[in-house]
Design a protein around this ligand. Sequence first.
Ligand SMILES: Nc1ncnc2c1ncn2[C@@H]1O[C@H](COP(=O)(O)OP(=O)(O)OP(=O)(O)O)[C@@H](O)[C@H]1O
Ligand SMILES: [Mg+2]
Length: 434
Amino acid sequence: MAMWPELGFQQSPYATGPVPATEEGENLFVGREANAKRLANRLRSSELHPTIEGDNGVGKTSLVAVVGYRLRRDYERGDTGQALIPLPAPFQLTQKSDAAALERKVLLAVASAMIENHDLLKNGGHNVPDVSQVKRWLESPIVAGGGLGASVLGVGANATRSVAVNTGAGFNEEGLRSTVFGWLEQCFPTPQSGAFICVIDNLELLETSKDARALLESMRDGVLSQRGLKWVLCGARGIVRTSASSPRLEGRLSEPLELHPIEDSEISNVVARRLDQYRIADTAIAPVGPESFKFIYDVLNRNLRNALGYSEDFALWAYEEGYFEQGEPALGELLREWIKRRADRSNEDTKLTGTRAWEVFDALAIKGGSCSPGDYEEFGFNNPQAMVPHIRSLEDVNLVISSASEEDRRRKTIEMTPRGWLVRYARNGYSLSE
Ligand SMILES: Nc1ncnc2c1ncn2[C@@H]1O[C@H](COP(=O)(O)OP(=O)(O)OP(=O)(O)O)[C@@H](O)[C@H]1O
Ligand SMILES: [Mg+2]
């Protein structure tokens, strides 16, 4: 028997993926009602595209998923005539992403969404192109010319792959663009009639504000200003704020919604809800209960994703070592020991030379775990260059990660890793206070 069913759960309660855009996701979603209200309001009532800024793993993707799910559900139920319908997946960028490739992805995703949601939109009184027209168009030589052909609709191929194929020669961009934009205008003639919600997630993958800004600016007169498309841009480490503050983007994007860690008092609920959701036997034993979860979360400096990941790791270890017979209270004790041992091991394995780098590390921890190159004075340096070698040393031993460019001096581009927090825990005498 597989581990989770044996322990009395349908699946792992510690999965690290975002909360899904489903009813289940709605049940698991905790402590973000104020943010959810704001985001929903911005999507419903403003032509500015909402932007979200928040640390890695804080819950950006989850928030967007749940809000999108609710907006769609409101329309499905007939509570509103405004059809705000999320595209099924966010658009992920890489440093190689260019505006033309992104636009193509968007146009094809919209065409597929027109097919997927045809009946829903039609029943709601929207003027949606008929499915056969869209399908015919997707199969037409213009769109299929680059070899796209059946890949959008065909069996076994996914949308990502079809887009890759489609970047070849013989692809008439203008035709693609005007057709899809035409459908959007016909389907969503006013902001009140609705839009497809498109998400660009992890804008920080572009690394520098300059790259991110260039991409957003290049979208400005295309998909970013197209009626019927509502964008949500998410990013970490200050990238949204710095890249969106371009004069060319003014009047397009709303002030970033800053996501902070959910309230401490809600953290144990994150796991409590998951245990409830996935429990299939009354006798189920939770490897990491709500209280223990809060402990891991605190050691890892309040990072939800990392706390879930470590909980899962502990569960696997405790199961494999046969500790489950001892029951939940013993598992709580064991978890503390396990964290301590991992912290010790990470600390011992860290071959960092030079006390100055350790001083920078400790100061960074006290500061909360992130800083920008422009904060050098707080670390006792005379200029940013003087701090660089120490940050590099810390990076080399995986205690911090950083990304930056000359113009990003004020962005918090230097961050402690979860491993860094474990090491901090050991160095700090297994104490959570500074
Ligand atoms: N409001 C919430 N309630 C319950 N669990 C949540 C909530 N928000 C996030 N989580 C959980 O926390 C983890 C991180 O969430 P998510 O992936 O949304 O963060 P993120 O900010 O998008 O991270 P990244 O910057 O890495 O993309 C996931 O496992 C998710 O299920
Ligand atoms: Mg995310």
